[in-house]
Design a protein around this ligand. Structure first.
Ligand code: SF4
Length: 286
């Protein structure tokens, strides 16, 4: 496959390898059924996660740096990816194919999906990413996005530059969420960052005003310092309970009723519904 002019993500490198480091071949770190996603994604039999190597962001606190920054994993052909997806669907009977950071590899994934479609094997796709996407790419690969599981991580570009080396993250991610709200099921993940809870609140305000407070949000407390964040305050600590609660309170005050919060204790990543009239549905449907 020739991706030498790659413009799949907002960086629009026009070359390969570009910023993300992905080459002209498919590279995967790990795959298997996963039960830690939001309840409708995990379902009864798990979500069929495929963790792709490399990433279009470079988050200094990344917990997946061995494969997202450093490219760990191994190369696969489209037939081999189809075999992984076949096993997940037919043997593991997962509820969906969950593509984790798939953007550099979309053309390959589509070819693998076509092989399976010809065999009559189809599952919904979850496009699971930082939200740092191009609307043109989402449009072109909308067949791989039945559910968008997108982050809204920052509301200020100075933070996205500092923490993820992504200068135009805010506009790109917000446009991606807007697109998803019209074209897919969508869950917006709000990862509360230490010292930056106000940005999570700003993003909730933006969501309520510019999209809808009916959209499903997943407010996450699980931030753990890792990699380059170990020595950079305030990213070198966990979020405080007060910071996390300020975001949950904002969601409540803005009328969000679909979504999940996490227990605050570090080991408690279980998700609970929030709000008074919550339901287990998620968001705006296509
Ligand atoms: S996917 Fe990678 S190579 Fe392509 S534009 Fe984005 S960062 Fe550059």
């Amino acid at each position: 496959m020739n991706l030498s002019q790659c413009e799949l993500c907002p960086r629009r490198c026009g070359r390969r390898p570009g910023f993300c480091g992905a080459e002209d071949k498919l590279r995967i770190f790990r795959w298997g059924p996963h039960f830690g996603e939001e309840p409708p994604i995990s379902g009864e039999r798990g979500s069929g996660c495929i963790f792709f190597s490399r990433c279009t962001m470079k988050c200094l606190y990344c917990q997946n740096s061995p494969w997202s920054w450093k490219g760990g994993g191994k190369d696969y052909s489209v037939e081999e990816l189809a075999a992984i997806m076949r096993k997940l669907a037919v043997e593991d009977k997962v509820g969906n194919w969950n593509l984790v950071s798939p953007t550099p590899y979309l053309p390959f994934i589509r070819e693998s999906a076509a092989i399976l479609k010809a065999e009559g094997i189809q599952l919904p796709f979850v496009w699971n990413s930082s939200g740092y996407e191009r609307v043109e790419t989402l449009e072109e690969y909308s067949d791989l996005c039945d559910t968008a599981l997108f982050d809204l991580r920052y509301s200020r570009d100075e933070t996205s530059v500092l923490a993820s080396a992504a200068p135009n993250y805010v506009s790109a991610a917000r446009e991606a969420v807007k697109w998803a709200s019209k074209n897919a099921k969508v869950i917006v993940r709000i990862l509360v960052l230490p010292g930056h809870a106000h940005e999570a609140v700003e993003n909730l305000n933006w969501l309520a005003k510019e999209v809808s407070n009916e959209i499903a949000v997943s407010i996450m407390s699980q931030y753990t310092p890792a990699y380059g964040a170990i020595s950079l305050p305030p990213f070198n600590r966990r979020v405080t309970e007060e910071e996390y609660e300020s975001v949950v309170d904002a969601a409540d005050n803005l009328g969000f009723e679909n979504g999940w919060i996490q227990g605050f204790e570090s080991s408690d990543s279980e998700m609970q519904l929030f709000g008074e009239n919550m339901n287990a549905g998620y968001g705006v449907t296509k």
